[in-house]
Design a protein around this ligand. Sequence first.
Ligand code: 5AD
Ligand code: SF4
Length: 465
Amino acid sequence: MNEQKRQYEFIEKCKDMLSKRNKQLSACVVNFGCQMNARDSEKLVGILSEMGFEMTDSEDADLVIYNTCTVRENANNKIYGRLGGLYNMKKKDPEKMIALCGCMMQEEHVVEKLKTSYSFINLVFGTHNIYKFAELMYQVLNEPDTFHVQIWDDRREIVENLPSRRKYTFKTGINIMFGCDNFCTYCIVPYVRGRERSREASDIIREIEAQAADGVIEVMLLGQNVNSYGKGLKQEINFAGLLARVDEIDGLKRIRFMTSHPKDMSEELIDVMAKSKKICRHMHLPMQSGSDRILKEMNRHYTKERYLYLVDALRNKMPDIAITTDIIVGFPGETEEDFLETMDVVEKSRFDSAFTFIYSRRTGTPAAKLPQNASDEEIKDRFDRLLAAVQNSAAESAERLTGKVMEVLVEQRNEKDDNLVTGRLSNNSVVHFPGDESLIGRIVPVELSECKGFYYLGRQTRDGI
Ligand code: 5AD
Ligand code: SF4
């Protein structure tokens, strides 16, 4: 029997078992980490909804799942902290089910620790067998007092067409590839997400067409390194080719993608973006460091000069593009001179925004063995200087659009003020403006009246699409 069919059968079996209970069961999926995890969570929610669970945001639910991240050490600490809270809830309600999945579960030492110190957990699974979730849930329902664990070292197959339930009606992420083969020396992702595998273009297109027919107007194509999409596929295609095909899908209004690696960025990709009306004017291009020596130590395969060239090439072809980045400070061996090279790239690139991180040692990665020469104070000082520079360039570039009328895709009610809604520009900037729920999922023209550094306050100028 094919795997997809098997999993649907487990969904039915779980549904049957749950319907025999005399109450409506609720489930809460808490997502940590990146867009890739967010999409995996949509798949978990889809399966749980089919089983008959009512989804809630409250961890008071009958089933709580943490979809974890492990990219930096503090992500792990956060999970251990929150598990304490779940334990107290479970003491009051012994039938409460607790499951953990995602990247952190792919680390052996984590699972060992959970087994010994957090034995109240019902289920632990990893990133490669998420499509087995229904089957694993069936085991939990049959043996609720057992600590079930299933972790695989690598993905065995890509199973298509399982249920998923979108968080937003109008936008979703689409996996185009899984895993990563780059082995940047600081990064744990290749160890927890496994080898790089692309999905067949026809499967991706079919999925997006179905989503568009169901009301989705924005898709985010997801992969750890989308620029190397297509390796090992039956039909030859690269990322630029895939984007050009997605661009033709009726109904879509916005196309985003995440994450690009500078070493694989092609002129062809820049051209496809520049020609398209749907591909958003945003490029997230992690630079990590501006020092050639550190980039080499990081195994990044590009130089400062090449990075700056790409920024220029993007801005030449698309003057309105927003360029954002990720930067790490305090990589082992980073000197003040190396750091000043990073500051120089920030100065020259004028990033629209940047995620800045202090290097976090991840057990099992090559960099974990390198000695750290800088003190915590020095690293913190570099981090503060970097943050100030990044904030300065972000505010400066945001200021340029003030007073303009731009299209905003409204995403949600404003979290703090009920009279406002919140949406995004094509370049990914956030805009708040007066409006109500009826605008959610629509693209409307908004005058960006006031720039607040990281976001705008605006006002709608006329009815949208
Ligand atoms: N320490 C600090 N930052 C890291 N990142 C990845 N691994 C580490 C680490 N060990 C950052 C990189 C990457 C982003 C998702 O997280 O900047 O682009
Ligand atoms: Fe990690 Fe590098 Fe792969 Fe990104 S490209 S996931 S930083 S190894």
